[in-house]
Ligand binder design. Structure first.
Ligand code: EPU
Length: 340
């Protein structure tokens, strides 16, 4: 097999933030065998490797030595199980939204609330993507990865993935050690509709939809996302830039005393998740702009890039946001997006 290594590729159009970034070496792989070949090639030259999925949750440096591997491993397999369940096994390089649309067309329930999230299937488990009251862990059964060291593949169960809020083993112990090549989901043929999330519920009520079908939830999520989040083809962004901070009840109570309007969700165990979007909105506002960077005009949690910037611009801007939130609320925001 002959690998096609492209030289000095600008990754700007491979990432949704759209900052300039030159990769010395770049390969697209469409099978596990090609992926192994690419890793062997990098090992031979002692190049570090970086795996690029849909580029929607990452900010790349101006210059990247080593090898960037773009995951294009496709494939969808379906197994109809007993008890009205269906098991689907999907290649890590498949587009997330197109896969979700396909499950909705087939009326397999479970992923409709996660419509229109940018990125690839293989990236979804890494940060346990979530939206509108659902997290991907709710539907995952197993994840298959390639170990970069041994070059062997392994399946791990949902429990072994150690999923948390925007977190998993792939961000912790297995960080940079493995590449996700496939994900197995268990979906339901007679599913439960989840439409309690505030903005989703408000949208459906506004449209006088009382008992929404799966397709109506899917369409509503698409509409709400389009109205709240910028289209990366028009304006560079990575969705929510920071995680919603989780604090103890005492911290929440004292913040609430000073800020009666603060937005928070009780998580149980005396913990509260605060809306980072609200905190940033108070600290700098929506549509705040500094040079080529800014916060989105409808959602302060989304950092936007107006064009022509580099990862340094992104870094400086997010540091400013973090500092302003720290000064105002004494809270440290943690980035959800990976800054390479
Ligand atoms: N809010 C403001 N001002 C803002 C933004 C938000 O006051 O500028 C308030 C809203 O009014 C609302 C609360 O903050 O009361 C929460 O806002 P929203 O419902 O938009 O959700 P979020 O917590 O900001 C999370 C996810 C999003 C996901 C939405 C919808 C995180 C970090 N973000 O955002 O995920 O789409 O819920 O479920 O958990 C992503 O991860 O990239 C992402 C977009």
């Amino acid at each position: 097999m002959s690998l096609v290594v492209q030289k000095k590729i600008d990754l700007k159009s491979y990432t949704t933030m759209g900052v300039h970034s030159i990769a010395e070496n770049f390969i697209e792989v469409s099978t596990i065998e090609e992926l192994i070949e690419a890793l062997k090639w990098a090992k031979e030259y002692e190049f570090p490797t970086f795996i690029l999925g849909g580029g929607s949750n990452v900010v790349m440096p101006e210059h990247l030595q080593g090898l960037v591997i773009a995951n294009r491993i496709m494939g969808r397999q379906v197994d109809h199980l007993k008890n009205d369940k269906v098991l689907i096994r999907v290649g890590g390089g498949e587009g997330w939204h197109s896969m979700v649309s396909w499950t909705v067309e087939n009326q397999w329930y479970g992923l409709e609330n996660l419509a229109l999230i940018p990125g690839l299937v293989g990236a979804a488990p890494i940060q346990n993507i979530g939206a509108y009251g659902v997290e991907v862990k709710d539907a995952i059964l197993r994840v298959q990865y390639l170990d970069k060291q041994s070059l062997t593949t392994h399946w791990i169960s949902k429990e072994e993935c150690l999923f948390g809020y925007r977190d998993s083993i792939f961000k912790q112990q297995l960080r940079e050690k493995v590449i996700i090549v496939a994900v197995e989901f268990e979906l339901q043929k007679k599913g439960e509709i989840k439409a309690e999330y505030e903005s989703l519920k408000a949208y459906l009520e506004d449209k006088s939809i009382v008992n929404p079908t799966q397709k109506e939830v899917f369409d509503a999520v698409v509409a709400v996302r389009k109205s709240r989040l910028p289209d990366p083809n028009v304006l560079g962004n990575c969705g929510s830039f920071f995680k919603n901070p989780v604090v103890r009840a005492e911290t929440f109570e004292s913040l609430k005393k000073e800020n009666p309007e603060i937005k928070a969700y009780p998580l149980g165990n005396g913990l509260f998740k605060l809306a980072a979007g609200w905190l940033i909105d108070q600290a700098v506002g929506k549509g705040y702009r500094k040079g080529v960077m800014g916060t989105y005009e409808h959602q302060a949690l989304v950092v936007v890039h107006h064009g022509g910037g580099s990862s340094r611009d992104v870094q400086a801007f997010v540091e400013e946001i973090r500092l302003k939130v720290l000064q105002k609320f004494h809270l440290e925001l943690e980035a959800e997006v990976q800054l390479v």
